[in-house]
Design a protein. Structure first.
Length: 262
């Protein structure tokens, strides 16, 4: 083999190796995606990779990609127990996404979003609902404290998902089922409470009307008193003078007739 042939082989090898290196050493992270670098030497890296091109060492490093788009998980039956030993089934819709900053947590524990949804999101919803519902009775859960329960459940779920490297976008309790007997009892209780509230409103209205009449009567009495106090001897004499000027001499007899002298 002559020198020219050797040189050609070497150059071809360099070009080929250079091309292979370029193809395997640059990774593109698309939009709405985050990259997690895994090193054969040091394991999962603590810093995530944003969208764009990233260089890494071939044969030693590997970049895994996780979607950061909003995902939806609907759980048809979340069964929990209340503090009065009743059971409640809930249908819950959760919207979530992988955190760009903490995606390495998702990769370490679940590897991908499909496993995360099944092994992470669903159990987190179950545990969060159990944590809150045990503090209330069934009537409170479905009636008087429903909004408070929802707020506490949302916060409990958010904290659990944060620990996984997941952001909670929204959660909705679509439906609840405590059984026909319990729901009928709650409905009857709501009707009774409505009747009590209506009776209280009627009592308050009657009280206000009575107070208004009393105020009006007192005002009328005060006005009459002031009018009575204002009729003095001077006022009477002034009225007599006005009558004389208009009618002539005026005398008031006991019969009440007015005699004028024109």
């Amino acid at each position: 083999m002559n020198n020219a042939t050797k040189t050609g082989i070497i150059l071809a090898s360099v070009v080929l190796l250079g091309g292979l290196f370029r193809l395997t050493a640059v990774s593109k992270i698309p939009a709405n995606t985050v990259g997690v670098k895994y090193s054969a030497v040091s394991g999962v890296q603590d810093e995530t990779l944003g969208s764009g091109y990233h260089i890494y060492m071939p044969f030693l490093d590997k970049i895994y990609k996780l979607s950061t788009e909003v995902q939806t998980t609907k759980i048809e039956k979340v069964t929990t127990q209340t503090n009065d030993a009743q059971y409640l089934d809930s249908t819950i819709d959760v919207k979530w996404r992988v955190s760009e900053k903490n995606a390495m947590k998702v990769f370490r524990d679940f590897r991908n979003v499909e496993v995360l949804a099944e092994k992470g999101i669903e159990p987190a919803v179950q545990r969060a609902m159990e944590e809150i519902s045990v503090n209330y009775n069934i009537v409170e859960l479905l009636g008087s404290k429903r909004n408070q329960v929802y707020t506490e459940f949302e916060e409990a779920l958010k904290q659990r998902l944060d620990s996984y490297g997941v952001e909670l976008v929204a959660v909705t309790i679509i439906d609840t089922d405590a059984g026909d007997d319990i729901e009928k009892a709650i409905k009857n209780e709501a009707v009774k409470q409505k009747e009590v509230d209506t009776a209280k409103q009627e009592q308050e209205r009657a009280k206000i009307e009575a107070e208004t009449k009393q105020i009006q009567a007192q005002a009328e009495a005060d006005a009459n008193k002031k009018l009575s106090e204002s009729i003095t001897d001077n006022l009477i004499r002034m009225k007599e003078a006005e009558a004389r000027m208009k009618h002539g001499w005026v005398e008031v007899q006991t019969s009440g007739d007015v005699i004028t002298d024109t």
